[in-house]
Write a protein that binds this ligand. Structure first.
Ligand code: HEC
Length: 136
């Protein structure tokens, strides 16, 4: 009887930990996809290919699922960083916003401003990563 209770308690503790591990693997996959999308965007910018940049932005937004985690993101933060999760989420949303800005500037034929928006996208990646440093 006691053994059963211990097993149930152990399962209750281990199950959420297992779910979080799966979420983390999904995040890493999406992050890698974002990294690859940035490579395509940069190539599009360097070769002055609006279509290339547009394809890259589409892929970036599809991979940027971390923003969609909303409240779930808090589970990944270390105890002393949990209070920062809303700021981290905001950066995820800014990635999409600046990617749109980049496309708009390209439509206007303003490459300088498009490059600046690309820099803002990178800055949002970095800002969130700074918050989560020490996470692993
Ligand atoms: C909302 C916060 C957030 C934003 C914004 C964000 N990331 Fe991440 N990033 C994470 C998390 C969380 C991890 C996983 C950290 C861990 O546990 O190793 C991660 C990890 C990564 C990794 C793997 C790093 C490693 O050490 O293996 C790459 C690559 C990456 N992100 C790329 C990007 C790119 C590119 C962008 C912007 C387009 C971006 N990320 C924006 C939260 C974010």
């Amino acid at each position: 009887m006691t053994k059963k209770i211990i097993l149930i308690i152990a399962a209750a503790i281990l199950l959420p930990a297992g779910l979080f591990a799966q979420d983390k693997a999904a995040i890493m996959k999406d992050m890698k996809a974002q990294e690859e999308a940035l490579v395509s965007i940069q190539k599009g910018l360097l070769y002055s290919s609006k279509a290339g940049v547009a394809d890259g932005v589409k892929a970036l937004k599809e991979a940027n699922k971390v923003a969609a985690l909303k409240e779930g993101l808090v589970n990944y933060l270390p105890e002393n960083k949990k209070a920062l999760y809303k700021t981290a989420l905001k950066e995820g949303e800014l990635v999409n916003k600046y990617a749109d800005e980049m496309l708009k500037k390209l439509d206007k034929g303003s490459y300088g401003e498009a490059y600046a928006a690309y820099g803002k996208v990178l800055n949002s990646c970095n800002t969130c990563h700074v918050y989560i440093r020490g996470w692993k």
